[in-house]
Ligand binder design. Sequence first.
Ligand code: SAM
Length: 267
Amino acid sequence: MRIDVVSIFPEYLAALDLSLIGKARQDGLLDLRVHDLRDFTTDRHRTVDDTPYGGGAGMVMKPEPWAQALASVGGEEGAGDGSGDGGRPVLIVPSPAGAVFTQAMAYELAEEKHLVFACGRYEGIDERVLEWAGERFDVRPVSLGDYVLNGGEVAVLAMVEAVGRLVPGVVGNPESLVEESHSDGLLEYPVYTKPSSWREREVPEILLSGNHGKIAQWRRGQQLQRTAARRPDLLEKIDAGTLSKADKAELAALGYEVAGDRILPRR
Ligand code: SAM
């Protein structure tokens, strides 16, 4: 997969040299390139911002450096992403006004050949850049969550890590991607390691039993309990048709009932 990141703080993205993503870059699984937006300015001061039309606080990122930068990373040919199949690169524009990033979106983006990230700063990027880019890229404004950051770089670090680890080969043992939080709509069960007794706290007995069926059942119950306690909003999104009898019993004990294909709190 090719990934281009455009930012006025390219040093911010140095963390992408580390750990599994850094290794994936070294191994050639991720062709990740970071670009300085100021390299696409033409004035002596390398200006990337100006005052907002209509007034108001703060500055807005100027359109032309963005058009130059985006054209140089792959959008100029309209249809081409260099892959030869006519697929358009996906341009992700981090924004608190975007659709919220999820694991489902990470899976979807991990299928793409070419992702481009445009890191905004100040009050954001002149809106016309997104319209212009729509002729060349599949443009998606994406939010990390319902809060405001100073710039898109932190959001890009999170998204590249979440997407990159789903690219085949990046995580050594693909099994570890299967039973994770959000992979089946639920949060992951609690995990423990040695020693089995630590500071007068014991690992749950069942995990020492060697009975894999019972362990799987216990873990599923823990997933349901944890999701009900911490993220009840997720339970309501689960297709109740996928639940086993044991799941339904656990949910009933947690105060939920199944109505058609939905899980609802019992009234
Ligand atoms: N004025 C903008 C608004 O209210 O929607 C916020 C601008 S913010 C200070 C500057 C930049 O940080 C944004 O252009 C975006 O790139 C990034 N940013 C801030 N919060 C974000 C979030 N929750 N998710 C993704 N990017 C975010």
